[in-house]
Design a protein around this ligand. Sequence first.
Ligand code: GLY
Length: 344
Amino acid sequence: MTDRRHFIKTAAGLGASLSLFTNLKVRAQEGPAPRRPLILCSRGEEWAEKVLRPGWNVFEKGGDILDAVEESARVTELDPEDQSVGYGGLPNEEGVVQLDACFMDGRTHNCGSVAALEMIKTPSSVARLVMERTDHIHLVGEGARKFARAHGFKEENLLTDKSRKMWLRWKENLSDKDDWFPPKDGNYDLEKRPTGTINILALDSQGDLAGCTTTSGLFGKLPGRIGDSPIIGAGLYVDNEVGAAGATGRGEEILRTCGSFFVVEQMRAGKSPREACEALCHRIVKINGGPEKVNFTDKIVAINKNGEAGCFAIQGRKDKPPKAAVITAAGIQIVEGGYLIEVG
Ligand code: GLY
């Protein structure tokens, strides 16, 4: 019987040699100085050091790119103060935290993901195990939880008091026709339902790429709703010939444009990471009927084989442009991106 992974790896190797010419073209267009190793996270100053340093320490010790990505991804997942990812994440409509994550190895195109996973703090680690220790790519809900349990993950309540109170105020203020009342001083004006996600993309010293996207999704989502983050090609895509991309923001828009795959293909066609991310933002705005129809945002981050990094968002503010952060041997650098629509 043909071993699936052997087949995938062989196919990936064949692809790599066939596309040598394409690689050379991309390199020639994007400048001579490969900057590697490098790790990118889709957040700016506030999280850069905290998230990037643990991954960088793996590289410094000569460790593998997948370990570097996982170390960085777990930082926000394990932090109860961060309400967007992992422990303390944004609960769904019923007040339950359901997490999505995926992992992809550019060397082999192997990938793994979990969705609507409850009670496990680090879905990124579970997604990596789906990639490495199963013959599948996506595991969802109870099946994902059973798989995590089989691998020794501890089941814990992920709803912190801070996230529970946020959910309760939202629930109490949803309608004046139901039976939930807010306390007298408890009005809660949630203009936009938050999403929260983090992308980690890495390039090692051999020029190999990998990435992870992890999220608690959309605040107040319907139970079982799965966003872009665990879907390969949407919330994350990695191709060793070209680069890697990841998305945050309104997942449904990224899903219906195959966002991260689109960005990687734009880089393959010769665009810089920033230009490729901008191209996706234009595409999303276009299919929605123009800027005046858009009341959401998405942010895309990308790196290429040369260690160039870029980001772009649909909405932004002059005083708060979209940002990402990278770490290289030269230290941490903030990557400022552009945006299409100015918001107040
Ligand atoms: N991008 C996160 C989500 O929509 O689930």
